[in-house]
Design a protein. Structure first.
Length: 479
């Protein structure tokens, strides 16, 4: 099916929708203007959906063709340089740099004494939160904490073959930093999807940075979520400068040992550049979704799931691997219809026109191979054999099985953290888990008998590696 055929069909859909619109009052210019605006918006939506890239791989199952969507994280050289300059400024000028960047990037005029969120601000935020949302926060926090508790690593000890006691001890990191995005939308869910894990792990100092705008206030829902999740310090610092403050410290922000949380391309690059000076969790960037669907899937639900991730905006990626040819056309038609009822149209159109694609695959096996090459943040399976396909996926951040498992449920309430690898990083990284807030220490204890059984083994390694002092340090104990 050619792209031209898709565009022709979608234009026909645009034309047919006219009959469902209310007829304008011929005597009212205002009514006519509204009529034209609605039709123009719908036409724009149809055109955006029509620009989704289509790859028909049914006739070509070569490894080269199936790797067409393969990715690895590769930062833009301009972003590398800009981030390096920001990190250097914060490292050298500290609070002064944070204040300058807040004004430049976020239009927030702050004084040094205003960088930290106060207890009074948190109390006001808690008082302003709608009771229904407070209940939703508690439900999500409960699921996330319960899930994290199961994954928490516990100490253990055993005897090795020679009789020595060996084991592992897991301690919470003493001080960690979390970045919570709030530029285009306050990601309240990210607060509970990160800080809650740190609290379950027992981290005593949970430091959060998040941007503010001209009002100089953090969204009340976000503050309430951070307070519930266990944040002990919150600072009004966003972007790469927020990562720099957490890594290097300033007069106001003390440095942390490890940095967590998602962000835009600048935040992700900043985390990459400070890695080694501090630890980082992974490189989660703009949101992504890949859906594998066959004829049993509901096109309306597929379109809704794609749009849900697209509304994160710039840099987000949405994709569909279709096992039925007619599915693509039906999904694109649904996208054109549904986009009109959503608020973030500008972001949706940008993603649809720049970072949206459809793949026609010939089999579930081929679809799985393509998905593994793409390594999506979110992989949604809407087929008749979801478990079978899921078993062959090894690079997705999270897998959502079935028509009633929308990614949005995982974004907000399911339990596993929604902080997941993006940009193809799933080939090397998993998602955020509670044990990443723990530090592992090995434990080794020999008695005389166990060490005596190990003398010859140590001697052999010492001889081959030409490190005779190693062998001598063991043998001397039996002379």
């Amino acid at each position: 099916m050619s792209s031209g055929t898709h565009q022709k069909n979608l234009r026909a859909l645009c034309a047919s929708v006219v009959k469902f619109l209310p007829s304008p009052d011929r005597d009212s210019r205002r009514s006519l203007a509204r009529y034209r605006a609605v039709l123009a918006d719908f036409s724009h939506a149809v055109q955006s959906a029509a620009r989704m890239k289509i790859f028909d791989l049914r006739a070509d199952q070569s490894a080269q063709s199936e790797a067409i969507l393969s990715r690895r994280y590769l930062p833009d050289s301009n972003i590398i340089n800009r981030v390096a300059a920001i990190l250097a400024e914060v490292s050298q000028r500290r609070d002064d740099a944070l204040i300058e960047f807040a004004e430049r990037f976020d239009k927030a005029t702050l004084q040094a004494g205003e960088l930290a969120v106060t207890e009074e601000e948190i109390e006001r935020a808690n008082a302003q939160v709608d009771p229904a949302f407070a209940e939703a926060l508690l439900a999500a926090h409960r699921n996330i904490s319960d899930f994290a508790s199961v994954g928490k690593r516990i100490d253990w000890r055993e005897k090795n073959v020679q009789g020595a006691i060996v084991g592992e001890r897991f301690d919470p990191l003493r001080r960690i930093g979390i970045y919570v995005p709030a530029g285009t939308a306050p990601l309240v869910s990210t607060a509970v999807m990160t800080a809650s894990l740190a609290k379950v792990a027992g981290v005593p100092e949970i430091v959060v940075t998040t941007p503010v705008g001209p009002t100089k206030t953090v969204n009340s829902g976000l503050l309430a979520a951070l307070h519930l999740a266990g944040a002990t310090e919150i600072y009004k610092v966003g972007g790469a400068q927020g990562i720099a403050a957490l890594a290097f410290g300033t007069e106001t922000v003390r440095p942390v040992y490890k940095i967590f949380g998602p962000g835009n391309a600048y935040v992700t690059e900043a985390k990459r550049q400070v890695f080694g000076y501090v630890a980082v969790d992974l490189m989660p960037g703009p949101s992504e979704i890949l859906i594998i669907a066959d004829e049993s899937a509901e096109p309306r639900w597929i379109a809704a799931d794609l749009l849900a991730q697209a509304e994160h905006g710039h840099g987000s990626v949405i994709g569909l691997i279709a096992l039925a040819e007619t599915l693509i056309e039906r999904v694109r038609a649904e996208i054109a219809i549904q986009i009109e009822s959503l608020k973030r149209k500008t972001y949706l159109h940008e993603v649809l026109e720049k970072n949206a694609f459809c793949v026609l695959a010939t089999s579930e096996e081929q679809a799985a191979r393509i998905a593994n090459e793409f390594a999506p943040e979110h992989l949604s399976l809407m087929t008749q054999h979801n478990e079978k396909i899921a078993a062959s996926i090894s690079t997705a951040g999270a897998i959502f099985l079935g028509n009633f498992s929308p990614v949005a449920a995982g974004d907000f309430v399911a339990g596993p953290s929604h902080v997941l690898p993006t940009g193809g990083a799933g080939k090397s990284f998993g998602g955020l888990t509670v044990d990443q807030f723990q530090r592992r220490t090995s434990f080794i204890c020999y008695d005389r008998n166990a060490l005596e059984k190990s003398v010859s083994i140590v001697s052999q390694f010492s001889s081959v590696e030409q490190l005779d002092g190693h062998g001598r340090s063991v043998a001397i104990r039996f002379e």
